[in-house]
Design a protein around this ligand. Structure first.
Ligand code: DCP
Ligand code: CA
Ligand code: CA
Length: 356
């Protein structure tokens, strides 16, 4: 029998329904019930997360709390308790840290570890994974989903594969086959805008992207097309711990015909914001949102907003929409764009800003 990870082994840990699981842990009366943590349904609040019981009703992160209330009227709606979540996070990270010199904490409930040395000699990777899940549950009282693979992309997709309380191991060499049947949207790095562009060319599955002709991909999507193809083939060399310093993340769209319909502009902003939000997921958060408007006569304006704390992925759309509503003259728009910038640099800095 050969070692499952002869070269590199990456572990991705993701706690299940994080905020609501902490609430259910601390209040046994909430166990088995639909729990929705987020903003006030009466105050235009947004859902941060929902317990799996609430998800059955279609409630999910990022939707308005009012909509969640309509879907699940008997749900228990709670405001977040960031102190409690931070304490749980610290406990779990303390379990993970000794396992490897390379730990990359990408959210309160999520981390990558390079476990190459540890698993380089281990045949029974399953036993290792189960033992780690037991340790995490002992310290935190929560279930975690684990993914182990030959690179970060594979580990991340694997941890999501059998949620909640999952353990998915993708031996080295099997990453391409594991990824092939998935929709392209599951590839970490392909957001809704990229998904839509690919769909217009008839590509919806990773397998189609993996086997697409390279010349054609470059013609249609530029060099980005080749990067996407690498992901679809399960190729990913990103190192654990390597925080890429980003100056800004942006999306913009030029319309085939100028648009003066507010609802349509809002919809476009929502889609771009979701795309930006998903590409931010896990990285350090920005503090500034910029809206770009180019009118039919090519005059171009940018307007910024820095609300004073970190901007969570699900806030980008609301901020961009309010900028549009405040500054749009009503004239037909040729191009609309959103950028986020002013990223929080240090992890400590980031944590203190969670104290909203
Ligand atoms: N969160 C948030 N707003 C979002 C997404 C998440 O405030 N749009 C917060 C609440 C979540 C936590 O971050 O509990 C972790 O996010 P995940 O995406 O990992 O979701 P969960 O842990 O809630 O659920 P899952 O079991 O799918 O991992
Ligand atoms: Ca989670
Ligand atoms: Ca997470």
């Amino acid at each position: 029998m050969s070692l499952p990870f002869p070269r590199r082994a990456i572990l991705h840990v993701d706690l299940d329904a994080f905020y609501s699981s902490v609430e259910q842990r601390d209040n046994p009366a909430l166990r088995g019930k639909p729990v929705i943590v987020g903003g006030d349904p009466e105050q235009r609040g947004v859902v941060a997360t929902a317990s799996y019981e609430a998800r059955k009703y279609g409630v999910h992160s990022g939707m308005s709390s009012a909509a969640a209330k309509r879907l699940c009227a008997h749900g228990v709606f709670l405001r977040p308790r960031f102190d409690a979540y931070r304490a749980v996070s610290r406990g779990v990270m303390d379990v993970l840290a000794p396992l490897s010199g390379d730990l990359e904490r990408i959210a309160l409930d999520e981390a990558f570890l390079d476990v190459s040395t540890l698993l380089g000699h281990t045949l029974d990777v399953t036993e290792f994974g189960l033992e780690l899940k037991r340790e995490i549950s002992k310290i935190s009282g929560l279930t975690a989903s684990l993914g182990i693979g030959a690179n970060k992309l594979t580990a991340k997709i694997a941890s999501d594969h059998r949620k909640p309380d999952g353990l998915t191991i993708v031996p080295d060499g099997e990453q391409a086959a594991f990824i092939a049947p998935l929709p392209v949207r599951k590839l970490w790095g392909i957001g809704p805008v990229a998904e839509e562009r690919l769909a217009r060319e008839g590509i919806s599955l990773a397998s189609q992207l993996a086997s697409a002709e390279q010349e054609w991909l470059v013609q249609r999507f530029g060099m980005q097309g080749l990067e996407w193809q690498n992901l679809a083939r399960g190729i990913d060399d990103r190192a654990v711990g390597a925080e890429v310093k980003r100056r800004q993340v942006s999306r913009e769209e030029t319309f085939p015909q100028d648009v003066a319909d507010r609802a349509r502009l809002h919809a476009v902003l929502a889609r771009m914001a979701e795309d930006i939000g998903s590409s931010l997921d896990g990285g350090s958060p920005p503090r500034t949102v910029t809206l770009k408007i180019r009118y039919g006569d090519f005059t171009t304006y940018t307007r910024q907003q820095s609300p004073g704390g970190v901007i969570l992925p699900n806030m980008v759309g609301q901020l961009a929409t309010s900028l549009l509503d405040d500054h749009w003259t009503g004239s037909p728009i040729r191009l609309l764009g959103i950028a986020v910038s002013n990223f929080v640099e240090k992890q400590r800095d980031q944590l203190s800003l969670f104290e909203l």
